[in-house]
Design a protein around this ligand. Structure first.
Ligand code: HEC
Length: 220
């Protein structure tokens, strides 16, 4: 199980610091940083669960809306990830797994983030401010991770939403050329606002994408 594995890593790290077995256990809490709902949990759920026909505020498949904090909280028992409905469905090995096959299961890292957030009380912030790095902005280190976190749950696979697969660099580049990448994330008129059904990306992420575009939108 992923969580155990990750907890094991923390415990081993604690032992490496020669803290002894009790020290190791408390070290776990110190090393697992506070998970920020708005920036870490919500993007995973929006990108992977709220596609058209699924758990968004209009379609409400199975009477479930996973696009905002209050309705997500209905599927969660704060402090108890293992008995939380969201956790149970994302780790289910059987046919009722979410997202359903043929869509890919969430990654171990994504599951770990959700489980940790529930474990920490499923709070809606406040979140630690993050410094915004605008010096050496690259596709691989700044743009791709944002697309993977906020966009590719919808924009990948056999039937990518909007017929746009943002796991493919040439298609990302295509949206730069037409202006729709910036147009959609900045919510300019004439473009569909992205990420669809969710809040605007924060100003730092938008400025990083803008800088990458201004420097030629390289595959660097
Ligand atoms: C919940 C699903 C979903 C998410 C998440 C999502 N998109 Fe989309 N996207 C769509 C759909 C559906 C369309 C087709 C247009 C429409 O229905 O609004 C689309 C269209 C687009 C378009 C074309 C817009 C236009 O007006 O020409 C771009 C560019 C785009 N998305 C980029 C992104 C980016 C970048 C992200 C992440 C920051 C993202 N999308 C996240 C579902 C999504």
């Amino acid at each position: 199980m992923v969580l155990t594995k990750s907890f094991m890593k923390h415990i081993l790290l604690g032992c490496g610091l020669l803290l002894g077995i009790w020290g190791c256990v408390s070290e776990k809490d110190e090393i697992t940083p506070e998970v920020c709902f708005e920036q870490e949990v919500l993007p995973i759920l929006v990108s992977n669960c709220t596609q058209s026909g699924c758990h968004n505020s209009q379609d409400r498949e199975a009477d479930l809306d996973l696009s905002n904090y209050n309705s997500i909280l209905e599927e969660v028992k704060p402090g108890h990830y293992q008995s939380s409905a969201i956790y149970q469905t994302i780790i289910s090995p059987f046919g009722n797994r979410m997202p359903p096959s043929p869509r890919k299961a969430l990654t171990d890292d994504q599951i770990f983030i959700i489980a940790s957030w529930i474990d920490q009380g499923a709070k809606n912030g406040p979140c630690m401010p993050v410094a915004c790095d605008t010096v050496d902005v690259r596709f691989s280190t700044h743009v791709k991770p944002v697309l993977e976190k906020y966009c590719t749950g919808c924009h990948s696979g056999k039937n990518p939403q909007g017929l746009l697969d943002l796991t493919k660099f040439d298609q990302v580049k295509g949206t730069v050329t037409t202006g729709s990448l910036l147009g959609s994330i900045e919510r300019q008129t004439g473009f569909s606002p992205m990420p669809k059904g969710s809040n605007k990306l924060n100003a730092c992420l938008i400025s990083q994408i803008r800088i990458w575009i201004d420097k030629g939108a390289l595959n660097n």
